[in-house]
Design a protein around this ligand. Sequence first.
Ligand code: BGC
Length: 386
Amino acid sequence: MKSSVLLAAGLAFAAVAVAGQPAATAPRKKGSKAVKASVQKQAFGETSDGTPVDLYVLTNVHGMVAKIMTFGGIVTELHVPDRAGKMDDVVLGFKDIKTYEAGHPYFGAATGRVANRIAKGKFTLGGQDYTLAVNNGPNHLHGGLKGFDKVHWKGAIASAAEGPSVKFTYLSPDGEEGYPGNLNSTVTYTLTNKNELKIDYKATTDKPTPVNLTNHSYFNLAGEGTGDILGHELMLEADRYTPTDDTFIPTGQISPVKGTPLDFTKPTKIGARIGQISGDPGGYDHNFVLNHGGKSLGLGARVYEPKTGRVMEMWTTEPGVQFYTGNFLDGTLKGKRGGIYKKNNAFCLEAQHYPDSVNQPNFPSTILTPGKTYTQTTIYRFLTRQ
Ligand code: BGC
């Protein structure tokens, strides 16, 4: 595989690896091995239309590694230490571009232009009716038939003081998937030297349009492909959620989680009450209203995996999070290390605005207008505990 080692810049960076040259020694934690902090750009094959795909490999000073590809802005691998310092890949994915292109439920993807659902694929904006693809039962889901998860993003090494970083850009043309306005989006992934995968989003438009971007990583903190996540303990900083109809469209109400199986205000095993969620296929697939309201960066969730001691926190500037337990994984997809992905083998914490916001006047607005900039920061922070 063609590989070129590129820039790793910034104050917190002590290690800069340049193609063909040894890297400088990195600062390190007491007792840990020195690691080169770097960004590498590698070829990751090409899509069936012949477009090359690049994979950016981000390594921080603690040896944590994130791999993100230009197709779909997909996080393909994320290697995180357990309580003994042993690294493992904690996100579902595939080993080659062909398998990604063959279809999958948004593994690791930059999801948009509007993540989550829009009822019947219809909305009205500025007196005009818009019709989008209906690709999920009667509704529109995750940007349509060819959403941001299936487009080629342009990657470039970014300079961040916090750690290795790559910036992806994509210009979604006016009318793409039925949405109005040329939307210029950037998604910057930084693997900070504090063991965080930090995702910064920005978007501008030349016509009013709904925008709701998210990352759709499927996590299993015991290691991808190792089984179910029902023993993971979850805490959600959410006293309320948005109830839906049976096609997952919010009714417009905002209801308390208290007294329901959605109450994760205290750490609780994901599997403890999952059987109480009725419907087909059952399991968690709900938008939670974050207590911090999305006004500034705040803690949204904390997940602990008892066997490995891995802890993941999700911090976000968004007002909501879709907590999804991989209910539709049905054993037909085989992962990058040969594991078969079955129901509840992963969970997603998709930071975002509430579903169908464009049709729900009492939800925080998702409309971006010309001259304004959409911004979002979401951080997946990794720690360990006993
Ligand atoms: C949705 C699920 C859907 C999954 C994969 C989640 O964001 O809420 O209903 O199955 O994405 O498409």
